[in-house]
Design a protein. Structure first.
Length: 318
């Protein structure tokens, strides 16, 4: 009984002695947790700020890359394409410059107009007639880029065939442009009645020149100035700003683009040489040697580590 009392007394003393230490440890742990939470919050805020900064820089770099490289690269390809059609690099460059100026003053962006211009020229419209025809098409389309593409296709098909057919009139109607007004103007220009012109259309006797001239006159009389008005709307203004900024950026950084282009061509030429293939083979052989050495180092480390573990285990047993 006395032994039991002494044991209970010892336990109470140990517990009493441990209480301050346990309390202190708990307080210390709580303080440490608070400090860790504060540090984590600070790290989180710092990480978020860093991510936002990186995101902003990435977007800025992407925009700069598009303006400096993307647009100039597109213009370089366009020049090659128009050079083939115009049989002259100088004429292609002059035409693209005029197309740029045209795009900068309209609600349409350069890539859209370039596609329509290329299509018209491919189908037989002379280069000198492309921009006047695009002006007529743009006025009739009223700022609708898709409508520009559809009307350019219709007129291009008429030019390619050399005469007007019912298929093109149907496509015009589907694009939202009726042919009645065009026939009325053709009647005024040719001195024939609309009925006579309808019969001539069925016989395939209305030439592309007559129809396109009537279309342009219809655009002038009924829709003249619509494209300019559309360019002054919010959407048109944003398109104009975008085109002018793109032109400014590409012009300002053209020397840098030319250096990049030269460097890319030099690298492209180099990677096709036997010297590059030989270098690649040597690199592969060198990498294989490095990997063999790393295998040996790993095996040596593993052996040494296991030996140290064995020694430690034997020491504990002793």
């Amino acid at each position: 009984m006395e032994a039991q009392d002494r044991a209970s007394s010892n336990i109470r003393q140990v517990s009493k002695a441990l209480d301050p230490g346990v309390t202190h440890a708990a307080r210390s742990a709580s303080s440490s947790m608070q400090q860790m939470a504060g540090s984590a919050a600070a790290m989180g805020a710092g990480f978020l700020a860093t991510q936002l900064a990186i995101s902003g820089l990435t977007k800025a770099f992407s925009a700069a890359q598009e303006g400096i490289i993307g647009f100039n690269s597109q213009m370089e390809q366009s020049k090659v394409s128009f050079e083939v059609m115009l049989k002259s690099g100088e004429r292609a460059e002059a035409f693209l410059f005029e197309l740029q100026q045209f795009a900068a003053k309209t609600p349409f962006e350069l890539p859209q107009l370039e596609q329509s211009a290329r299509m018209l020229m491919t189908m037989g419209i002379a280069a000198k007639d492309v921009l006047p025809l695009l002006t007529s098409i743009g006025d009739v389309a009223g700022g609708n880029a898709e409508k520009v593409q559809r009307l350019a296709l219709v007129l291009g098909q008429v030019a390619a065939k050399g005469r007007l057919q019912g298929e093109e009139l149907l496509q015009m109607a589907e694009a939202g442009v009726g042919a009645v007004r065009v026939f009325e103007i053709m009647a005024e220009q040719t001195g024939k009645t609309v009925g006579e012109l309808q019969k001539m259309k069925e016989q395939g006797k209305i030439t592309s020149q007559v129809f396109i001239a009537a279309f342009q006159e219809m655009a002038k009389q009924d829709f003249g100035g619509q494209m300019e008005k559309q360019s002054k709307t919010l959407k048109g203004s944003l398109s104009t700003i975008n085109d002018n900024l793109r032109i400014f950026t590409s012009t300002a950084f053209k020397p840098l683009f030319e250096r990049f282009s030269q460097m890319a061509k030099a690298i492209a030429d180099f990677v096709q040489t036997d010297e590059f293939m030989t270098w690649s083979a040597r690199f592969a052989a060198g990498l294989d040697v490095v990997l063999d050495v790393l295998d040996e180092v790993w095996e040596a480390f593993k052996t040494a580590f296991m030996g140290a573990v064995d020694i430690a285990v034997e020491s504990l047993k002793g």
